[in-house]
Design a protein around this ligand. Structure first.
Ligand code: GAP
Length: 514
């Protein structure tokens, strides 16, 4: 493993056809990526896992595929025209552009990091006698770090919630934040930057023809709320799920596919009776965390992080954070969005967006609890968990180590490789082809006859194929093959007629839900 495991992961993605930089031959387009042949399979499987968990497993959640381009008034009603901004600041020396809130958050994390370091040292020193609460309170240095962090953080949260750009600049100065590139502390004023991309409709010039590329899929769900409710005869509580592209002109797109300008979201709006939203908020928090854990993600790599600075539409919000190679970051958001969106659309469009409740005989605008996860971020989380460099027991030379992607089998791009032991043996290749031609109707298989068997295994390990079937001389005698399991490297001999059953049992989504 190199000194930079994240770099290794990014290189692996390119080398093995998972992800390419968009427009690479023109030196790339920043913050935009293309998914290669194995990438698209993994991405589709992640979407399928989400769709099955949300729509297939819930009688009261239905799907939708709304258009990317929508009436521009939608973005006024949703608040995105006025409030979908990030605070921007430039270094006067390097001219590099940064998100002021990210710079501040990172500086605050560093202060807390110092306190945590002291606490860890003391824990080791005092062993079983260590009482963390007391140490946090009584150790002067730790108490000072925590106090400094809390005071500045409060000023930061206040400035963010009041859109106070002067206040944010003051926090940057107070924290003595330096430009990571030049080391300079000379900053421009902080100003708001709207993240929506826009384009022009037909031949209508100016503001009137201005169209936005959606920055979230959720609004397509809100404006179709009654269409879907009536056509599917759903009663509250019920949800609408959607997967689709979203676009944000991020000030700095970075960390590979973590922050992109064109990305994909999987969002679900759950419409509930006003007053019951906190119950459903708690339900979806737990349900979504379980969805992540079912993939075998270690619990230590997942955590909740409550929002201190609530978005304009929310009365409660939490992130599911995952420990990416660059630290714990948001993977998914769960938001209690109140009736903000439906009410705003009702007011601006003049069309009623109300639900008639047959139980109470009342019309009202429902409240909404939303779950929203980026497909690309989930892709990165799955890859991070899967990427393993390890020794192979009883192997020699180049074959003694391997890079293996230990995906949950249901998500693996290719499910089964069919490998004739020798290339120049018609009986072996013919039988292997027959097996491939039969299995291909059930799941994605690969036929590979090139190179020594060990190298072929390594190629399949590198793309995360859970099963390799080898056709050898014994196959021709007794119609059995060896089947190699990717993670344990265990090889079993089974009849050809059993391959499908074994693979299907291993790759089924059912096992994830159980
Ligand atoms: N409808 C609510 C909403 O869009 P969000 O927290 O802004 O909320 C939801 O975004 C999820 O979308 C995030 O948790 C993240 O997984 C993904 N996401 C947001 N911005 C992204 C970006 N620039 N690149 C990749 N994924 C992004």
């Amino acid at each position: 493993m190199s000194a930079d495991p994240f770099k290794d992961l990014v290189s692996h993605c390119k080398e093995y056809g998972f992800i390419f930089q968009s427009s690479e031959i023109y030196d790339g387009l920043s913050g935009v990526y293309d998914y290669g042949s194995y990438g698209i399979e993994l991405k589709n499987n992640i979407k399928s896992y989400w769709w099955k968990a949300m729509v297939q497993n819930h009688e009261n959640i239905v799907g939708l595929d709304s258009a990317i381009m929508m009436h521009p008034e939608i973005w006024k009603a949703s608040g995105h025209v006025d409030a979908f901004n990030d605070p921007l600041v430039d270094s006067k020396v390097s001219n590099k552009r940064y998100r002021a809130d990210v710079l501040i958050e990172e500086a605050l994390e560093k202060i807390m990091g110092k306190a945590e370091k002291e606490i860890e040292k003391a824990r080791k020193r005092f062993g079983d006698d260590f009482v963390e609460e007391q140490y946090r309170r009584d150790n002067t240095r730790v108490a000072e770090y925590i106090q400094k962090h809390d005071e500045i953080n409060q000023r930061f949260v206040d400035a963010m919630s009041k859109n106070d750009m002067v206040g944010l600049k003051a926090v940057i100065e107070e924290l003595e934040i330096a430009d990571p590139v030049s080391g300079s502390k000379e900053w421009t004023d902080v100003r708001q930057f709207n993240l929506m991309f826009h384009t022009q409709l037909g031949n209508i010039a100016g503001e009137e023809g201005k169209l936005y590329l959606r920055p979230e899929t959720a609004q397509g769900i809100f404006v179709n709320f009654l269409n879907v409710q009536k056509t599917t005869r759903q009663k509250l509580p019920f949800g609408i799920a959607q997967i689709g592209k979203a676009f944000r002109n991020e000030i700095i797109a970075r960390q590979f596919i973590f922050r992109m300008r064109e990305f994909e979201q999987m969002e679900m709006q759950f419409f509930v009776q006003p007053g019951s939203e906190m119950k459903w908020y708690a339900y979806w928090k737990e349900a979504r965390m379980n969805w992540h854990k079912a993939l075998g993600t270690p619990e230590s790599k997942l955590r909740f992080h409550d929002h201190e600075n609530l978005a304009h539409y929310a009365n409660a919000a939490v992130d599911v954070q995952f420990e990416f190679p660059f630290g714990f970051k948001e993977l998914e958001g769960i938001h209690s969005r109140t009736d903000f969106d439906l009410k705003s659309h009702q007011e601006l469009s003049g069309k009623k967006l109300q639900y008639f409740d047959p139980e109470t005989n009342e019309n009202y605008v429902p409240y909404v609890v939303e779950t929203s996860i980026g497909v690309d971020r989930m892709f990165l989380a799955v890859l991070t968990n899967a990427y393993t460099e390890e020794e192979v027991p009883d192997a020699e030379g180049k074959e003694s180590t391997r890079i293996v992607l230990k995906f949950p089998p249901a998500l693996a791009p290719v499910k089964c490789a069919i490998l004739p032991l020798l290339k120049n043996n018609d009986a072996l290749t013919g039988t292997a082809r027959e097996i491939f031609d039969d299995l291909k109707f059930n799941f994605l298989c690969q036929y590979d006859e090139k190179d020594a068997i060990g190298r072929r295994y390594r190629r399949q390990d590198a793309i995360g194929t859970p099963y390799c079937v080898t056709v050898d001389h014994q196959t021709l005698e007794d119609q059995t093959v060896t089947i190699r399991e990717r993670d344990s490297l265990k090889q079993d001999r089974i009849p050809i007629s059993k391959i499908r059953e074994v693979v299907e049992a291993g790759i089924s989504f059912r096992s994830l839900f159980q």
